[in-house]
Design a protein around this ligand. Structure first.
Ligand code: FES
Length: 114
């Protein structure tokens, strides 16, 4: 019988009252928080929003979230058997669930003036 780890995720969209959902995720040594979130998306709730690209190289830096109150890359943060609490970055505008607007202002495309 495999062990499960609890992972609590703060969810909600911009302008909504956030709520926390806790999931029991099959745990294996060395798995990442992103592995757990993707397992939830695949097996429990495909509506859980998370952003990622490279999955384990700490290269794209798109998976940054808050893990137990500390800013971390979900793909490199390890999931301990005791579980973790994951939330969107508190200092960035929330889009939905774990996805925040992390694009630097200088990199935003501006509408062209006529
Ligand atoms: S998914 Fe690319 S740095 Fe985490």
């Amino acid at each position: 019988m495999s062990e499960t780890a609890p992972i609590s995720i703060r969810r909600g969209a911009a302008g909504e009252a956030p709520h926390t959902q806790t999931y029991a995720v099959p745990w294996r040594e060395g798995m990442s928080v992103l592995d757990a979130v993707l397992w939830i998306r695949t097996h429990v709730d495909s509506s859980l929003a998370v952003r990622y690209s490279c999955t384990n190289a700490n290269a794209c830096k798109e998976c940054v979230v808050s893990v137990d109150g500390e800013t971390a890359y979900a793909c490199t943060a390890r999931l301990p058997l005791r579980g973790v609490t994951v939330a969107p970055l508190p200092n960035k505008p929330l889009l939905r669930d774990l996805v925040t607007d992390i694009v630097p202002p200088k990199e935003r495309l501006a509408a062209r003036q006529p």
